[in-house]
Ligand binder design. Structure first.
Ligand code: FAD
Ligand code: NAP
Ligand code: NAG
Ligand code: NAG
Ligand code: NAG
Ligand code: NAG
Ligand code: NAG
Length: 728
């Protein structure tokens, strides 16, 4: 009941003092004095009839005002600063007061004030015409009760800034580390001492456990989770611990608290206020993390997937805070709940909480993987509920600005995305299906649109069945045509499969499709700063890896000391088809290329190579030559009697490939990352950077091999740049 009355008092004062949608105003000493005295006086005596509102009464009734001045004089609260705030509150109800009047009121108090005990027939609810003297010990109690209650609002904002400050610190450190790899390469290369190695080996580089980072853990069949890297886990743990600490500091109960019925209710309220405010403060951050155009990606050189990891964790923590907030307030409202729940602000709070709760489950990896578009749509709808619900929940409480920020961040991201689409234009692309597994998409780009080596773009295929979907693909700059970028999209189950079926109906399995492109996103790595840059790609991971390797090679043409190697691991020969022209281009480059073919016996779709117009395709000649040379790369092809012709023709094709790509070293079978890493480190003359994209398990293998080799005997600086981004 007490809290109910209190709520009305604070509510009316707040809305009078602040008006709607006003920014948060710090309570501080002046408002604590004002609210404490108002509440204590109003529960002690009455000076005006019920039709006059309390603030007007206290500002204008001389006895009430004297009593206020008396209350303020306790513990030296009658300072000019505090009085100014009181004068302002009175001016809000059109009562003009001056400092002199307040001083005079205090003089009147000292002369005339009486304790209720000294007034005959005193009744707290009946109007008196005398200043009332308060009991010091009670005044003290009210003062301390308001200290903990109202300070909590002020401090919660400081603590919220503390949480944001934590992330700032993380970003600054990340920026220093990641940018100095580019700006001061020498410094980092020399950091191979025992301490830095220890830190990198155990903290900054490995997966959290089991060498798994990009590859998910699965339990109970449908529960899949991606465990962040160890560094990410530490950063998140730090955040969790800090959040718990800041949710609990300076929360304590004042024995006999006049504001709350019991310790339980008081503590619930304090924690509810704290967690609600912290959650409000975190909301813009978690929206920022989720955006494609997050400036922090540039600052920290962390990619989108890393920010999505943080987005998920900040979101989870924020939701837990909101849940605690909701439970705390339910306890605090007690029997008033059923009444208050009719209020819009409470309904909206519930809407946001329920929306946030559903997000936690609809965002599960299994659902994202299985129905990405459904995930995305519901995610957006629920996120809108979170922001809109939160917005209307706090609009009158002084916290609306965090929701302005959250909405602004989101709108900004969307606006930039639309801007990028428009800047690119909506050209017609040529889409062809190659080797029955990959869609090659050639897109004419505007001349001013700069492509980024290793960068990616999001593409919309403007067909009625899928134009709204935007999918990320790495691009390379086309060799054949100027101002054209090429994407190589592996056929999977969604849009890519739709296109696969669509193309199957076209002659030559190629057609023109209008596209919208949003990009470029992503950045090249710092690999060009290392003595050896080793690029490793698996399957369709090649385009980004290739374009970065080529870009470094053209940069370091004069740098004879720098070694650039490219490893590509593919399953079958047919996969070479769609990247064949690029592989040919490597002929005169300094890149040393090795291709591993893990299933060399498979000859599916080899005939498609004939459309490639091998430069000097002459099966007889080449076949003989290679026989004579007993070329180590020449491959035994199982021939069965039925189609010997076909078998020999595929052998021809394979041999022709080896001929044409004689600048490339072919190896059959699957490499182990451990051996590959060990060998490359041994061969390198100095620092080594591994840049990789491909199958998640392969990347996790690579990461752990690099970690194992950090403390190599020769003290070579080893770096690992993961170009695979897993966010779905
Ligand atoms: C930065 C980046 C670069 C990529 N570059 C290439 C590339 O060069 N070549 C290539 O073949 N693949 C690339 N991929 C993977 C590619 O985005 C997906 O294979 C493609 O979106 C699948 O489309 P779908 O509808 O056919 O897939 P589905 O069969 O519907 O889904 C297959 C998988 O792709 C995920 N996925 C689906 N839609 C999206 C989306 N819009 N955003 C993110 N993930 C999604 C799903 O969660 C699922 O795990 C890249 C991914 C990322 C994140
Ligand atoms: N930035 C990005 O996020 C990005 C960019 C481009 C592509 N992609 C995605 O990356 C994926 C990779 O391409 P993919 O599906 O074509 O690859 P894949 O076919 O699954 O694998 C390609 C090759 O890698 C080998 N391999 C797998 N695990 C290995 C390991 N642990 N060690 C050594 N070799 C291993 C395979 O050998 P086996 O035959 O023996 O299995 C196979 O030959 C695609 O799904 C693509 O969409 C992502
Ligand atoms: C102080 O008291 C006198 C009467 O004693 C009264 O006239 C005057 O208005 C009072 N002033 C204030 C500010 O309360
Ligand atoms: C403030 O209160 C003290 C007593 O606590 C008193 O001595 C002083 O005069 C008061 N000042 C004003 C401006 O009323
Ligand atoms: C104060 O005065 C203004 C203008 O005279 C009026 O609009 C407003 O309603 C008044 N406020 C109160 C609380 O009486
Ligand atoms: C005080 O006055 C109210 C009416 O204004 C009355 O209902 C109440 O009983 C009185 N209390 C005491 C203790 O006399
Ligand atoms: C204040 O002191 C009086 C006695 O001086 C005592 O009766 C009363 O209970 C005390 N009140 C509080 C809240 O401590």
């Amino acid at each position: 009941m007490k809290s109910g009355i209190f709520y009305l008092t604070i509510g009316s004062l707040l809305s009078v003092a602040a008006g709607t949608a006003a920014p948060y105003e710090k309570y501080g000493a002046p408002k604590k004095a004002m609210y404490a005295c108002n509440y204590q006086l109003s529960s002690t005596a009455t000076w005006c009839s019920a039709d006059i509102d309390q603030t007007t009464c206290y500002c204008s009734n001389p006895y009430a005002l004297s009593s206020v001045a008396g209350c303020y004089s306790y513990a030296g609260r009658n300072t000019t600063k505090n009085y100014k705030v009181l004068i302002e509150a009175c001016s809000e109800v059109n009562v003009t007061l001056t400092m002199d009047q307040l001083e005079q009121a205090y003089v009147n108090y000292t002369k005339n004030a009486k304790s209720p005990a000294d007034i005959e027939g005193f009744n707290a609810t009946e109007v008196v015409e005398v200043p009332i003297k308060l009991q010091d010990n009670v005044t003290d109690l009210y003062m301390r009760a308001y200290d903990v209650f109202l300070d909590n609002y002020d401090f919660s904002l400081y603590y919220g800034s503390g949480l944001l400050g934590y992330w700032c610190l993380v970003f600054v450190l990340a920026a220093i580390c990641n940018w100095s790899k580019i700006l001061f390469p020498g410094l980092f290369k020399s950091l191979t001492g025992p301490f830095s190695t220890l830190v990198r080996k155990h903290i900054t580089m490995p997966a959290t456990f089991n060498n798994r980072k990009t590859h998910e853990f699965t339990f109970l069949k449908f529960f899949q989770i991606l465990i962040p890297s160890r560094l990410e886990t530490l950063i998140i743990s730090g955040f969790v611990i800090l959040t718990i600490a800041l949710s609990a500091t300076r929360i304590y109960y004042i024995e006999g608290d006049p504001l709350f019925e019991s310790r339980k209710i008081a503590i619930s309220r304090y924690i509810a206020d704290r967690t609600g405010i912290l959650a409000t403060n975190l909301t813009p951050l978690l929206i920022l993390f989720a955006g494609r155009n997050n400036f922090l990606q540039w600052v920290t050189r962390w990619n989108f997937a890393t920010f999505i990891t943080y987005h998920k964790w900040v979101a989870r923590i924020t939701f837990i805070l909101v849940l605690i907030h909701a439970v705390g307030f339910t306890i605090d409202l007690g029997s008033y709940y059923s009444e208050d729940v009719k209020d819009l602000y409470l309904i909206m709070g519930i809407v946001a909480t329920v929306g946030g709760g559903i997000i936690l489950f609809q965002g599960l990896l299994y659902l994202r993987r299985s129905w990405y578009e459904f995930f995305l749509l519901t995610h957006i709808v629920l996120a809108v509920l979170w922001i809109a619900g939160g917005w209307l929940h706090v609009v009158d409480l002084g916290y609306i600005h965090w929701f302005y920020a959250a909405a602004a961040v989101w709108v900004f991201d969307r606006a930039v995305r639309i801007g990028r689409l428009i800047v690119f234009g909506f050209p017609r692309s040529t889409v062809s299906l190659l080797a029955d597994e990959t869609l090659k998409v050639d897109i004419p780009k505007p001349a001013h649109w700069k492509s980024v080596p290793g960068g990616h773009a999001f593409i919309h295929f403007l067909r009625p069945s899928c134009f709204w979907q935007s999918h990320p693909f790495t691009f390379t700059e086309s060799y054949e045509q100027k101002d054209t970028i090429t994407l190589y999209c592996k056929v999977k189950g969604g849009v890519t499969h739709g296109l696969y079926q669509y193309l199957a109906t076209h002659p030559g399995k190629t057609t023109q499709i209008r596209v919208a492109v949003e990009g470029p996103y992503g950045e090249p790595t710092a690999a060009y700063r290392y003595d050896s840059a080793i690029f490793i790609a698996g399957g369709n991971g090649i385009p980004g890896i290739f374009s970065e390797a080529v870009s470094i090679a053209s940069r370091s043409r004069e740098n004879t000391k720098q070694t650039i190697k490219l490893f590509w691991i593919v399953r079958e020969y047919k996969s070479l088809l769609w990247f064949y022209d690029e592989l040919r281009q490597l002929k005169n480059s300094k890149i040393q290329t090795t291709i591993f073919i893990t299933k060399p016996d498979s000859q599916r779709h080899l005939d498609d190579f004939k459309q490639k117009d091998f430069e000097n395709y002459n099966s007889d000649k080449i076949y003989k030559e290679s026989e004579e040379k007993k070329d180590h790369t020449s491959v035994k092809v199982e021939s069965n009697s039925e189609n010997e012709d076909e078998a020999s023709s595929t052998t021809d094709i394979i041999n022709t490939i080896h001929e044409e790509l004689d600048h490339i070293n072919f190896k059959m079978g699957r490499p182990t990352m451990e051996e590959l890493v060990g060998e490359e480190i041994k061969e390198s003359t100095g620092s080594v950077a591994f840049v990789a994209c491909g199958h998640p398990i392969m990347l996790d293998d690579l990461r752990s091999s690099v970690v194992k080799n950090l403390d190599n005997k020769e003290k070579k600086r080893i770096e690992f740049f993961e170009q695979l981004q897993v966010w779905a």
